[in-house]
Design a protein around this ligand. Structure first.
Ligand SMILES: Cc1cc2nc3c(=O)[nH]c(=O)nc-3n(C[C@H](O)[C@H](O)[C@H](O)COP(=O)(O)O)c2cc1C
Length: 430
């Protein structure tokens, strides 16, 4: 294997805080679902991240780590409120930073997007039950008081400080996919009339306070990234109705927030998005869908090109080296955000950079073989399949693409009980 590669994706990148990452592969956050009821990291986390680090990516972002163990987004989440798990965190960070990789902890609070099976008492910017098919899976949230909002800001900072102390080399604040920060940004979810609701400036206040507190906790030379939706407008709706759904957090608002984040000295903006009727990772169609859709959010990335100096990680749909090279060459992104393909091929970065690998990664069509079951568990099915594969890697095994959907469902049922079969994200979000 040659030691160097002429590809753009192999080039290092220096972030605003002065830190240099060795290449442009940005392993996007995936909830590993490997923690037990104690929400602590495990040996499987250590093995999984060692494998990914050895696979060559420049940055590994962890699955979302929650700031409050009573408020989980999915079964198997890690939660960090204090230093009780510092030793295990140190081992996780060490594994994720071997081979010159960066390992950044993604930090999150689910807000109302916390299934009733694991959280009967969720909080949100505003009270009010959900509408739609998934409503029964989520308990109606209580409205956060201002004191509780301040406490959550403090928690984001505390978790970030512990991540740094444990040896993680950066943090990513999760402001996308319909979780708490995204709920504050959204005028549909946030109907507050105080300083945290109403105007965009007010709705973004919580995010900006989190970013400022996290920066204060980790200092100026530590990478702080933010994952944000290009808009909450569903991808499916965008295709059908380019103007999108009125009233949501839209592209104009997202651009304003991104510019402000750039002014605040954020080191990287990870661009993602939500969907409405068909959340993007909740379909079962694998490679076929990928071929149709291509790289996600490229139009938005084109829109913001040149508007901010902050590096961008465009995330979703990258399956081939040629798409990655094109995106980097065109300047719409500086990092390649990539999630599911790295579960199927943990060493994809090395294969592309040094192994002359040029074929697209083909994601499987995950099916139980029974149409009604596929329909009933569509979203959970795909997530479960990827969780099963991460679990295999965490136990030192190879991912096995031949494993079917039924086994994936039985696996999560065994791991996490009936709660695992509830939708992980409310309809409308990735
Ligand atoms: C099993 C699984 C878990 C995920 N968990 C997270 C998460 O914890 N935080 C997050 O921001 N995105 C999460 N995502 C979304 C991915 O980071 C990414 O945005 C999405 O999969 C699209 O990228 P891809 O097409 O390269 O897979 C998850 C995706 C999968 C498949």
């Amino acid at each position: 294997m040659p030691a160097t590669s002429a590809l753009n994706v192999a080039k290092p990148l220096t972030l605003p805080c002065g830190v240099t990452v060795k290449n442009r592969f940005y392993k996007s956050a995936m909830n590993e679902a490997l923690a037990g009821r104690d929400c602590a990291p495990t040996e499987e986390h250590v093995k999984l991240y060692h494998r990914w680090a050895m696979g060559g990516a420049g940055v590994l972002v962890t699955g979302n780590v929650m700031v409050d163990r009573t408020q989980l987004g999915e079964p198997g989440n890690v939660a960090i409120e204090d230093e009780r798990d510092l030793n295990m965190l140190r081992r996780w960070a060490k594994a994720g930073t071997c081979n010159g990789a960066h390992c950044w902890m993604q930090i999150n609070h689910p807000g109302r997007q916390s299934p009733a099976t694991i959280n009967p008492h969720p909080y949100a910017p505003s009270a009010g039950a959900l509408d739609g098919d998934y409503a029964r899976f989520f308990a109606p949230p209580r409205e956060l008081t201002v004191a509780q909002i301040h406490d959550i800001v403090r928690r984001f900072a505390a978790t970030s400080g512990i991540a740094k102390k444990a040896g993680f080399t950066g943090v990513e604040i999760h402001a996308a996919h319909g979780y708490l920060i995204n709920q504050f940004l959204s005028p549909l979810d946030n109907r507050r009339t105080d300083e945290y609701g109403g105007s965009l400036e007010n709705r973004a206040r919580f995010l900006f306070e989190v970013v400022a507190a996290v920066r204060e906790a980790v200092g100026p030379k530590f990478p702080v990234a933010v994952k944000i939706n290009s808009s909450d407008v569903p991808i499916a709706a965008k295709v059908n109705a380019p103007d999108g759904v009125p009233g949501g957090f839209d592209e104009e608002e997202s651009i304003w927030v991104i510019q402000r984040l750039a002014d605040m000295g954020v080191d990287l903006i990870d661009i993602s998005g939500g969907t409405l009727e068909k959340p993007v990772i909740q379909t079962t169609t694998g490679a076929k869908e990928d071929e149709r859709r291509g790289v996600y959010f490229t139009a938005f990335a084109q829109r913001i090109k040149g508007m901010v100096d902050t590096p961008i990680a465009l995330t979703g749909g990258f399956r081939s080296a040629s798409d990655m090279e094109t995106a980097l060459e065109s300047g719409i992104t500086q990092m390649i955000g990539i999630a599911r393909p790295l579960v199927v091929r943990p060493n994809l970065p090395n294969l592309i950079m040094y192994g002359n690998w040029r074929a697209p990664v083909r994601l499987p069509w995950v099916t139980t073989g029974i149409k009604a079951l596929d329909k009933a568990f569509g979203g959970v099915l795909v997530i479960s399949w990827f969780e099963l594969q991460m679990n295999r890697i965490g136990r030192g095994k190879e991912p096995d693409p031949r494993i079917g959907g039924m086994r994936a469902l039985l696996f999560v049922l065994k791991q996490h009980g009936m709660g695992a079969l509830a939708p992980r994200r409310r309809k409308g979000h990735q």
